[in-house]
Ligand binder design. Structure first.
Ligand code: 16G
Ligand code: MG
Length: 538
């Protein structure tokens, strides 16, 4: 195949306007939407090649998740719903950094390195979020797919997990489910309705939810679910799109600002479920009878879910190894609770879903969650088969496990599927949201950002818990941390912003803030900080 058509379309319709090097990061490419047209086009080209390389459908999702509206981004989805393979992240970076004329030789390089048979058919599934720029950028992706002779199916506005789901289902011939948007809603809601067939209330559990759709696709997805879910849950949707996407609402706002989302009535003692702009993250929160705000993040969800699944596995008598994968951001109290109280082994992965997912594959049942609310549960083939066989033999715990399995979207973290999983566990336990929250108390913590001249000077090891360079920084951090009761802190370069992130936890909020500031200052000094020296937590 020659790539003259690919170059022609690039030059005429999607010329490259920036020269600064760009890298395919943890969340693909992400920036201001008006700088993304040529990148989208090139990701369409790449998806066409990747589809031939894997003889499978490849997904392209256009979204900037929890970022503000003027941003957008693109991520490729590999055949079984995984994030793009690392070798192809490199190809993506090469292709995007080529000049317009250089596209042909970049594509030829990829074809020869990956031994791609370009005469094969290529099919690409494309989805997008609700941003105003997403439609235009979707056209650019499609132009790329077409320019390398590929075919596409445009799923329109869908959540990220829906796109992962349809890609997986199509590639496994429908074993996981039907490869349609309706198929997704039906599979998960049918499973949830079944779990609720015995009634909607239990003990302190009340099936009432205030749902914060972040003014994005999560609101649309939830209303579709409600159409399919009969009366199993009493959900009221807020932030449906009347306000600005992710602005003062949504999972990221609630998690980072530790505040109740605007646009949701302040009803006390009722669970509020906030999702992010592409509905792959979920955060719970509530106000107690005094109006005090509590947040239940990915750690709380992970421990709730892992504890429950562990109980069912034990009850079933099946010899299945269950484990939880967290990142360095997991609150120390959650790790202690799950290992010491519940006896579930915990592994720590680098930030980014692909790292957690990869580590979770080492267990028969791998629960993985980032504190920011992104996560899911994956079952190995062995676990799935053992559970189904035992369920058919009327093993009660295995029957429950089998039903729970169908509510979970294993292909990727899925805000709504995760919410239904949480609701299932709370219902089974007869817990109110405060019962859930009382399981353990988070250590006070603080996150900060520091701007440095080049964040690449910071390198880390041990799942980002130890800083290797610049030399001396880790020693300084160790010395600082020592002075704090229950102190823990780490620093890492962000994969999505041009900054260094600082995490600190300690026995009181004041101490956690103080620790964060001191570590931020150490980063500023050792790693070439620019602008003002860090002062207050930001
Ligand atoms: C991306 C990752 C998310 C991670 C975040 C960290 C995926 C699908 N998403 O959004 O898992 O928590 O980056 O951002 O992998 P940071 O590197 O800027 O801290
Ligand atoms: Mg997201």
């Amino acid at each position: 195949m020659n790539f003259t058509e690919a170059v022609r379309v690039a030059q005429e319709q999607y010329p490259k306007k920036v020269t600064k090097p760009i890298k395919y990061g943890t969340a693909g490419f992400r920036s201001r939407a008006d700088a993304l047209d040529f990148i989208m086009y090139r990701m369409g080209l790449l998806a066409g090649l990747r589809a031939r390389d894997t003889s499978s459908v490849i997904g392209v999702m256009i979204t900037a998740s929890h970022n503000p509206v003027p941003d957008n981004g693109v991520k490729l989805v590999d055949p079984m719903g995984e994030m793009l393979a690392p070798a192809w992240e490199v190809h993506a970076t090469t292709l995007v950094n080529a000049t317009d004329e250089g596209i042909a030789s970049a594509l030829e390089g990829i074809v020869s390195e990956a031994h791609i048979d370009t005469s094969k058919k290529a099919l690409v599934f494309v989805g997008r979020d609700t941003r105003p720029s997403s439609n235009r950028l979707c056209d650019a992706v499609i132009a790329g797919v077409t320019a390398v002779g590929g075919e596409f199916k445009d799923f329109g506005i869908v959540s990220t997990p829906i796109l992962h789901y349809v890609v997986t289902c199509y590639n496994d011939g429908g074993k996981y489910g039907e490869a349609t948007v309706q198929g997704y809603y039906q599979k998960i809601s049918r499973a949830f309705n079944k779990l609720r067939s015995s009634g909607t209330s239990n003990g302190n559990y009340d099936p009432v939810i205030l749902y914060d759709g972040a003014n994005g696709v999560g609101a649309l997805a939830m209303s579709e679910f409600l159409n399919n879910m009969k009366k199993s849950l009493n959900v009221t949707i807020f932030n449906k799109g009347e306000g600005v996407l992710n602005h003062l609402c949504g999972a990221d706002y609630v998690k980072v600002q530790q505040k109740w989302p605007e646009g949701v009535p302040k009803t006390q003692n009722v669970r509020c479920v906030s999702v992010d702009g592409d509905a792959d993250r979920v955060i719970y929160s509530y106000l107690d009878s005094d109006g005090k705000f509590y947040m239940l993040d990915g750690d709380k969800i992970a421990t709730l879910v892992a504890g429950y699944l562990q109980e069912l596995v034990k009850g079933s008598g099946l010899q299945l190894k269950l484990g939880l994968v967290q990142t360095a951001y997991a609150n120390g109290a959650s790790t202690a609770y799950i290992t010491e109280k519940l006896g579930v082994p915990v592994a720590c992965a680098k930030t980014g879903v692909k790292h957690l997912h990869h580590m979770a594959l080492e267990f028969n049942i791998g629960v993985y969650f980032e504190a920011n609310g992104h996560g899911t549960v994956i079952f190995s083939k062995t676990a799935r088969e053992a559970i189904e066989t035992a369920a058919q033999a009327k093993n009660n715990s295995a029957e429950k496990l089998s039903q729970v399995l169908d509510v979970i979207n294993e292909t990727v973290g899925d805000a709504i599927s995760d919410m239904l999983l949480v609701e299932t566990v709370l219902h089974a336990r007869g817990w109110s949201v405060s019962d859930w929250n009382d399981a353990y108390t988070d250590l006070p913590n603080r996150q900060m950002k520091v701007t440095v001249a080049d964040r690449a000077v910071i390198t880390t090891t041990d799942a980002e818990r130890v800083c290797v360079t610049p030399e001396g920084l880790q020693n300084t951090i160790n010395k600082i941390v020592k002075a704090f009761l229950k102190g823990r802190s780490f620093v890492r370069p962000s994969g999505t912003e041009d900054i260094v992130r600082i995490y600190a936890e300690a026995s009181t909020q004041e101490e956690a803030d103080n620790l964060a500031i001191q570590v931020a200052c150490a980063v500023y000094e050792h790693a070439g900080g620019i602008g003002d020296r860090p002062k207050a937590p930001c």
